[in-house]
Design a protein around this ligand. Sequence first.
Ligand code: ASP
Ligand code: ASP
Length: 348
Amino acid sequence: MKHLLSTQDLSARNALRLLNVAEEMAAVGQREIKKLPALRGRTVVNLFFEDSTRTRISFEAAAKRLSADVINFAAKGSSVSKGESLKDTAQTLEAMSADAVVIRHPASGAPARLAASGWIDAAVVNAGDGTHEHPTQALLDAFTLRRHWAKLDGTPSAGTTLAGMKVLIVGDVLHSRVARSNVWLLTTLGAEVLLAGPPTLLPVGVGAWPCTVYYNLDDALAQRPDAVMMLRLQAERMNAAFFPSTREYSRRWGFDDGRLALLDTMGLDDTVIMHPGPMNRGLEISSAAADSPRSTVLAQVRNGVSVRMAALYLLLSGDSQDDPQDDQPENQADQPDQLATTPEGRTP
Ligand code: ASP
Ligand code: ASP
C-alpha cells in the first residue's frame, strides 16, 4: 500500500493485514508506556480543510504513539482562505519533507487527486472527502465488529473475517462517506450489509451496491442484524428539504428507546449499536441507546487510534508493496518486528 484512499479498492488481504496490525497496536495501548519508536524521525501532516476535532486528534494520537513528528495544518484561517491552491499547499508540505499527509477535504476526490498529482512523494491518507469515503472510519468499525464477534465466540479476533455477520446501516446514506466506506469494506470482509433510510436520503444508484435496501427501519430490524450502525443526519450538507421535520425523522428513522426495547423483546441479546460520531442525541439516536451496554460508540473511538496507527505504520514502515496474490496466507514479513514481543518478552 502506498496510499489509503478508499475501501472500495482495498483488497481483503490488505484490509485483514491492517486489522491484524491494529490488534497489535491495541495491545501497545494497554501498556503503561504506550509509545513505540517505529516512526521516529518521520513527519505526519494533518491537512484539514474541513472542521473536525475528533478525527484529527485520533490521527494525531496515532502518529505520536508511533513517535512521528506531527504538524497540524487547519486550512481555515490559513493561506488557503487567502486563495492558495491545493497544489501550492501540497508543495509547501513537500518542501517540509512530509512523509505522510492525512487529508480531510470537502470535495470528493481531493485525496486521490493529491496522491496522483505528482506534487508530493508522501503517502496520502484519506481522512474523509466530501460524500465519498472515510476509509479509516470503516476500518475502525470493522475492527470493533470483529472484536465483538470474537468475544462472543471466545476466539482471538486477529485473522478472522466478518463472514456470517449482518450489519444494518441506517439514515442519511446520501451524505455519508462513512456509509460508503463501510458498504465496501464490510462486504469485502464477508459481512452482509443492509441499508435503511428514507428514499430522499438514499443515493441514486444505491440499487447497484452490494446490499439490500429497506425503506422502513422496523422491517430492516426484523432481519435480526448483529449490528445497527446509526448515521448522523448531516444537516450541514443539506440544501433542500429531505424530510418533513426532525420529529418525523426521529420517529421513523431514529434508534429510540422503543427500538432499544425491541431488541430485547426480539431476543437479540448480542446486537450492538454503533455510531461514528458526532451524535445528534434525540434525533438519530436516543441517549438511552447511545449510553446502553449495547453501544460501541466509545470502543469505536478507542479503536480508531489503533487502526490509524496500523495504517500509518504500514504506509511508512517501508512495507509498501501490495501483495499480488490476495489469497496467500499471512506472511511473516508483514508483521512489524518492533511489535513482535510484549514488554514481558512474550509473543502477543
Ligand atoms: N466529522 C468529524 C469526524 O470525522 C466530526 C468531528 O470532528 O467532530 O469525526
Ligand atoms: N465523523 C464522520 C465523518 O466525518 C461522520 C459524521 O460526520 O457524521 O464523516
